[in-house]
Design a protein around this ligand. Sequence first.
Ligand SMILES: Cc1cc2nc3c(=O)[nH]c(=O)nc-3n(C[C@H](O)[C@H](O)[C@H](O)COP(=O)(O)OP(=O)(O)OC[C@H]3O[C@@H](n4cnc5c(N)ncnc54)[C@H](O)[C@@H]3O)c2cc1C
Length: 609
Amino acid sequence: TPVRRTSVTGITSDAAAFAQSSFDYVIVGGGTAGLVVAARLSENSAVNVGVIEAGESRFGDPYVDTPAYLGEGFFNPLYDWAYETVPQATLNGRSVALNLGKMVGGGSGLNFMIYGRGCQGDYDNWSQLGIDGDWDWAGLLPYFEKTESVTIGPSVTPYNLTEPSGTGAGEGKSGPLPISYNNFYSEIEGPYAQALLSLGVPQNADPDNGDTTGLFNSAASVDAATGNRSYSGRDYLLPNVGRSNLAVLTGAQATKIQFTQNGGNATATGVQFTASGTSYTVSAGKEVILSAGSLHTPQLLELSGIGDEARLSALGIPVIVANSDVGENLQDHQTIYSDFLLTDPDIPTINTLFSNASYAATQEAQYLTNHTGFFTYTPSAVSFHPLQQFWTDDDLQTALAQLQTEIAQANVSTFISKQYQLQIDSIKQGQLAQMELVFLAGVLGEASSDQENFVNLANFASRPFSRGSVHINTTDPLASPLIDTAYLQFSFDKEVLVKGAQLNRNLTQITPLSSFISSPLNPSADVSTEEEFENFIIENVSTEWHQVGTASLGPFGAGGVVASDLIVYGTSNVRVVDASIMPMQIGAHIQATVYAIAEKAADIIKAAQ
Ligand SMILES: Cc1cc2nc3c(=O)[nH]c(=O)nc-3n(C[C@H](O)[C@H](O)[C@H](O)COP(=O)(O)OP(=O)(O)OC[C@H]3O[C@@H](n4cnc5c(N)ncnc54)[C@H](O)[C@@H]3O)c2cc1C
């Protein structure tokens, strides 16, 4: 077969030349999922692929490559869209900052590198929502394996696990994405883990086997060979960037999908985009694939005329497909950090890398020579807890009764009500954990003096009930959409965070962890009653940056924006491939699932060629 060459190739900022090319597949968003699809589709030299990415490439940039610089790119437009939610009524009108990857690689270049699968029950629950096409654990498992290349070890961890994680069946050994386990642990991580274990939390030696419950040593999207972050830009795009049937346009924002309609389904013919203030259109001979992420994919659908009829008409946008589920069902992992001051400010944390030049220099030398040491640090002490582990039966019954009352008052859709039933069943069975804890060696926040050093104990509502939305309120395609995460919509989610923050406080009073902690910093020791903890949560709840669900898999007219082949309902050739298709949140950090979705999507698209 002759190669379908593009007139531009590789990573380019030449918008005019890109627009003049004719592509079979135009992918909007060169992020986590988008670059997986681009790499897989361009394996077939008979088709050509063009990717439109709003951000730039950041190859060789230490803020992306060096694991311990996690968070350093936040609020910087070179890496981050730096959005915020609309004022949240449940948070006394507070808006919450949302960091969002904006670069070649998207969120996979900005994230905290925790890497792991959800539980079997998470994905099997999806298939209970009227979704066919093997969108369940068994259907995704081959694609988790296809993504990753897992390096096992080192065999010693601070958790005294009997075997290192990642030895179970089904770890991918030859995928594009290098995955490894930390070779460096903060001195406080072992005592933290011991405190959890002393409360009866079980160890989990293989959380990727379909059950994440318990404490484990999390894998990371870090390449053990180089000590650098692995991400879709580096690991899916770079090895294939020389293909003559693949082009990635950077610094260009897609603004609208163009359609023709001759009765029946609408057919996309191309994508409008803007680069450096100029508008262009590029044609798509076969398909347009939206991989712009959970906040931008529904925005682009609405700008293109796919969404709620009344909303689009009010903005003067001609309706191509009326579907009021576009942009609904937004789910995020609600997060609370508790910071604790250390007794000895000289114990190294991330802060030390910035405040102690000689320590940083030693670590840097080690990093550059051996690719080990603190610069390879990612958070690794991760645990998931069914509520029964820490709540009394009374607590649970009271919270569930309150939840049922609030759900009845909330007047939710049938789709969401089905999700709630599945969630409540799993809570009662004690199967799928509701609470996640993660130890962070001073990742978030800055020390106020050399004498101050701290750690963050994070907790997350891992299977939340709150459901928000993301919609446009202007025809300006470059404006942020209105993001309503609906944090703490249900008191159940709040209670999970309250109990988590109290648990973190208690953990720091258990030896040997207690000897490392001098006092609670935020919330301070003054916060002690249930009501004070609740207020702390309301004032501080934030995001785990895990938005999903806004262009969900599901039945048309009953929650779905895409069918099981990921085709947008009402179109013949627009697909969505990113985190927005996940109908329900999973009890895990979500990047591994996004990669698996993209790998599966690529096979679906290839099968349709
Ligand atoms: C700060 C942070 C920390 C995280 N930590 C973790 C973690 O430790 N572990 C984990 O598993 N997950 C983590 N996540 C979540 C995970 O990284 C994301 O869920 C995942 O990367 C989303 O992938 P995606 O393909 O859906 O979207 P993205 O990777 O966000 O890709 C979307 C891409 O589309 C581009 N784009 C958007 N709109 C347009 C447009 N109109 N035109 C052109 N381009 C456009 C964006 O710039 C972006 O590059 C984190 C996320 C963040 C932001």
